[in-house]
Design a protein around this ligand. Structure first.
Ligand SMILES: *Cc1c(COP(=O)(O)O)cnc(C)c1O
Length: 492
């Protein structure tokens, strides 16, 4: 035994991948009952003390295949409509593996660096933002919103002659961010992380259309301006995760810009929804958004860990997220020329570490590039339209059925409805019944969905973003609700 050799194998990657491939292929067929529920079987087999001597490659890969992969979470199952995230499609998964092996950094002169940057350009074009916009990939929508709101904080500070990223926000009086009550909770956390305080997210009630009330927003803005507060950003919601509604983003842009306030749009779920011409108008002029958070690991089905933020003013991200480089990485600033480099390590490549909160990260855009290359803008548009149609299909069936009630008209790909037998009027009893239906259909395993509350009522809430889901799955969900609901209601 050569004791200078590392304990980890590096001589047979193909064999390692082949060792888990059959389990991966079996997993994505989603056959039979969901094995993950048998926690009592897999957990004791995994719950072991730290090994002093490792078990070696083959035994580890066997555990990976038989215990982890085989019992994986089936959110990519065609009948799963519970969340706004899904599992990757084939090319996205393959790109993720390629990225881990061959693009272990997003910078430096490599094809992976190049397509990471290209993928952002493609997203900018796909969503109709101006060519001058810039962007960066992030770990998800949470960080994408953090970066967008960080840029807004910089903008608000600079209007006061301050440099918040350098000096802090001590001289910014009473910062406020405005968003509807439907805004995702990560927006409030971003305020906390950015030192502005979660409490200073001023939430504006909804109007009768279920989106931000513009009159109440204007009144809040007037009040805070009168009180001398720093108005950092208005956050518009392009698809809330409860009902899938889209704030009137054109109006929000007008209101924000009349007052010199930054407009950030959270499109983590519904950003790609603007590809559906039937609802395009709700998004207003995308070129007017100051920052736009989107989440390729949702509707685009990139591997989880792939968010993105796009910002209109190309200078502000650099000022908001400047890092003072260490002596060891000065050479990163050798400028990228057009000629072939002497070595890929002589040049930084495209993109910049100053545009977010990560330093070393994977080239997340590699999977986005691969997916867009595979399906094109047309493939993505067709997916969005099909999923919006799935939600409309559920709504249509709910309207047509004597025992179903539509609770919110779908805008994007979410439909909120409930089971309501004739004569059942007690709200608490209906809530209990529908909660039991949700659990009942999950236990049967044909379809799995989630719930929310609409006007205080417990609602079943399918969200269709899964590339594997079709109308048949939307119909199957309704059939399951009817079957389980009738059985439970008959029992009283
Ligand atoms: C998913 C989501 C987020 C959070 O994004 P992550 O990718 O889960 O970090 C924020 N806002 C909206 C509207 C979302 O749908």
């Amino acid at each position: 035994m050569d004791d200078h050799r590392d304990a980890a194998a590096t001589d047979a990657l193909a064999k390692a991948v082949e060792a888990i491939l059959p389990a991966l292929e079996r997993f994505v067929r989603f056959e039979g009952p969901d094995p993950a529920r048998e926690r009592s079987r897999w957990r004791p087999l995994l719950d072991r003390p730290l090994p002093h001597a490792g078990v070696g490659r083959d035994a580890t890969l066997a555990e990976l295949a038989e215990l982890v992969v085989a019992n994986g979470l089936r959110i990519a199952h065609p009948g799963f409509s519970g969340w706004v995230t899904t599992g990757p499609t084939d090319v996205g998964a393959a790109a993720d593996l390629a990225q881990a092996v061959a693009v272990p950094q997003r910078w430096w002169v490599t094809p992976g660096n190049f397509v990471d940057h290209l993928a952002i350009r493609w997203l900018i074009e796909l969503l109709g933002l101006p060519e001058s916009a810039v962007g960066t990939f992030t770990a998800g929508g949470s960080t994408a919103n953090l970066v967008g709101i960080g840029a807004a904080r910089q903008h608000a500070g600079e209007r006061l002659g301050l440099r918040p990223a350098l000096d802090g926000i001590g001289d910014m009086p009473d910062p406020r961010v405005y968003a509807s009550t439907e805004t995702h909770h990560v927006v409030g956390r971003a305020l906390g992380v950015l030192g502005m305080g979660r409490r200073h997210l001023r939430t504006i009630p909804l109007d009768r259309a279920g989106t931000i009330d513009l009159d109440l927003l204007q009144a809040a803005l007037d009040e805070d301006r009168g009180a001398g507060r720093t108005q950092v950003a208005i956050v518009g919601c392009a698809g809330d995760v409860n009902t899938g509604r889209v704030d009137p983003l054109g109006d929000l842009a007008r209101i924000a810009h009349e007052r010199g306030i930054w407009l950030h749009v959270d499109g983590a779920y519904g950003g790609f929804g603007l590809l559906d011409e039937r609802i395009r108008e709700r998004y207003g002029d995308v070129a007017a958004y100051d920052s736009f958070a989107i989440d390729p690991h949702k509707w685009l089905a990139a591997p989880v860990g792939t968010g993105a933020v796009i910002v209109r003013d190309e200078g502000i991200l650099g000022r908001a997220f400047t890092i003072e480089t260490g002596d060891y990485d000065r050479e990163r600033h050798v400028s990228a020329g057009e000629e072939d480099p002497g070595s890929p390590f002589d040049e930084l490549g495209l993109g910049t570490p100053d545009w977010g909160v990560d330093f070393s990260t994977p080239a997340r855009g590699l999977a986005v590039w691969a997916i867009l290359r595979e399906i094109g803008a047309d493939g993505m548009r067709a997916r969005v339209v099909r999923h919006d149609d799935c939600a409309r299909r559920v709504a249509e069936r709910a309207r047509a059925s004597a025992t179903l009630e539509l609770l919110a008209e779908p805008v994007l790909s979410i439909c909120c409805f409930r089971f309501r037998p004739p004569g059942w009027d007690d709200e608490a009893r209906l809530d209990d019944l529908n909660e039991a239906i949700l659990r009942g259909i999950r236990a049967r395993g044909r379809t799995v969905t989630s719930s929310t509350r609409v006007d205080g009522r417990f609602a079943l809430r399918p969200c269709f973003i899964n590339p594997r889901s079709t109308f048949a799955d939307a119909d199957a969900l309704v059939d399951e609700v009817l079957a389980v609901g009738s059985e439970l209601a008959a029992r009283g």
